[in-house]
Design a protein around this ligand. Structure first.
Ligand code: GLN
Length: 469
């Protein structure tokens, strides 16, 4: 059943929502044993919300189960961002996006697994003691990341549901691609970040993952908008995203980014994405191959310099004194601080702290952080020029098929970061983009990424519907 039919049934009282949610929770537990998509199943909250919906089946999302990435705060539900250092942390408030979704009647089923604080592209950098989510199509392969639990659960669950994810440099698109679902990353500032356990403040965005394009459009209508609690949220009217599901794509101009189809990209990925482009051409779009040399050459180094810099400052606040993991207070503050952080941060978080601290240190700042900030402006300019001539830009989402865990073990950190080659740049530019499932190879899903100009999320939905199931 599709999300829209399900919601209609709940509103019409054709579904016993309490019974349904009992079944949903059972299924979540079963899936979780095998696939590890949820760090927490919020059983009590879900059943309470179901009782309320039973009495009053109202709201645009009435009765719809949604999962929330573990880095997004849900009041009274453990929210760890996948890190041991936040173990036991139960926020006193909801993130604004969660609050908005609750107002429209959602039922929160749990907090989804991720790379610790979002540091990763495969969800294999889960924090100390966390389990790693497994790809829904092949348990020997990764889900993508960092919103891997969200991607996996959205695909695997038999019940209609939507995932709320977070993206800094690819964390919604990557798992959406590897798990074969839609994943929409809005313009930076379109959705409030209030209540997000931050990774990099100039990059973080919240967005939906769904089996169908409608799911993303609907969720975007609910969570978007200005929020006085987030000074970076945009004070611009929210578009009616579902309207774009009826809009013809005839005449849309597509720029296909050449560099994204170079030797580093798997042939099966190229083939399937080109099939997608040809399909759009048949529907009346025109396309041209274009080059974005600065963006494609410097995206990775720029992103990893800026993202780690911001991450290293954000992580400075975790010392286990106010919330989360605590250790016995022994020695002076530095000794305590070192002890708590050594024990409770995972390897990748530590690496990012070192990289980021180095890049912004006095003496090195001009050469790394400041330089990267300047290159970021050049990347934005390059995209903006392209949007003078094109409505949307297309690349594959990920350059490879979902990798096996064995393959991932062999990668150096730099090779691992390189897998984000397609996704980091639209994120640096704050541009909206979406993963669209376009095909399968060896029974594994392949995703195509569409990028549009700022606040043009509508175009992503308009094009995405051509690939809907
Ligand atoms: N893979 C990227 C990183 O590790 C993106 C992660 C994200 O968007 N949170 O930084």
């Amino acid at each position: 059943m599709k999300v829209q039919e399900f919601i209609k049934k709940v509103q019409d009282k054709d579904i016993n929502i309490v019974e349904h949610i009992h079944k949903v929770l059972e299924e979540c537990k079963k899936i979780n044993k095998e696939y590890h998509y949820l760090n927490t199943i919020s059983e009590e909250l879900a059943l309470k919300q179901a009782e309320q919906i039973k009495k009053n089946p109202k709201g645009k999302l009435a009765g719809l189960p949604i999962s929330i990435k573990d880095s997004i705060c849900v009041k009274d539900i453990e929210s760890t961002a996948g890190s041991k250092i936040l173990k036991g942390y139960k926020p006193y408030f909801h993130a604004t996006a969660v609050e908005k979704a609750i107002k429209e009647g959602v039922i929160i089923i749990g907090k989804t697994a991720q790379d610790e604080f979002g540091f990763g592209g495969f969800s294999t950098n889960a924090g100390v003691d966390f389990e790693i989510p497994l790809n829904p199509f092949d348990k020997n392969r990764a889900t993508g990341g960092s919103s891997g639990g969200a991607g996996g659960l959205t695909q695997k669950a038999s019940f209609p549901n939507i995932g709320l994810g977070e993206c800094t440099g690819g964390s919604i698109e990557s798992p959406a691609s590897f798990c074969g679902v839609f994943g929409l990353v809005p313009t930076y500032g379109r959705v409030s970040r209030y209540g997000l356990i931050d990774y990099g403040n100039s990059l973080d965005k919240l967005g939906p993952l769904g089996k169908n394009i409608y799911d993303c459009a609907l969720m975007m209508e609910v969570i978007s908008g200005y929020d006085e609690k987030d000074s970076t949220s945009l004070n611009k009217e929210v578009d009616s995203y579902t309207k774009y599901l009826k809009k013809d794509i005839k005449g849309l101009k597509i720029g296909v980014i050449k560099e994204a189809f170079s030797d580093g990209t798997d042939n099966s990925v190229k083939k399937n994405v080109w099939n997608g482009i040809k399909k759009l051409e048949k529907q009346g779009c025109t396309y041209k191959e274009i080059s974005l040399p600065i963006t494609m050459k410097y995206g990775i180094s720029t992103y990893y310099t800026l993202a780690t810099t911001e991450a290293s400052t954000n992580l400075a606040k975790y010392c286990g004194m106010r919330y989360g993991a605590s250790e016995e207070i022994k020695g002076n503050f530095d000794e305590y601080f070192t002890n708590v952080r050594s024990k409770n941060f995972g390897k990748e978080a530590k690496r990012r702290i070192m990289l980021g601290t180095f890049a912004r240190m006095s003496g090195f700042r001009d050469a790394y952080y400041i330089k990267a900030a300047k290159v970021r402006s050049l990347i934005i300019e390059e995209y903006k020029k392209a949007f003078n001539n094109f409505d949307i830009l297309i690349t594959p989402t990920m350059p490879i098929l979902p990798p096996t865990f064995k393959e991932l073990e062999k990668l150096t950190p730099l090779q691992d970061y390189m897998m984000d080659i397609m996704t980091v740049s639209p994120n640096l530019a704050g541009l909206p983009h979406i993963n669209i499932p376009v095909g399968f190879e060896k029974s594994l899903p392949i995703g195509m990424m569409i990028i549009s100009d700022h606040l043009q999320e509508g175009k992503l939905i308009q094009v995405g519907k051509e690939f809907d199931n």
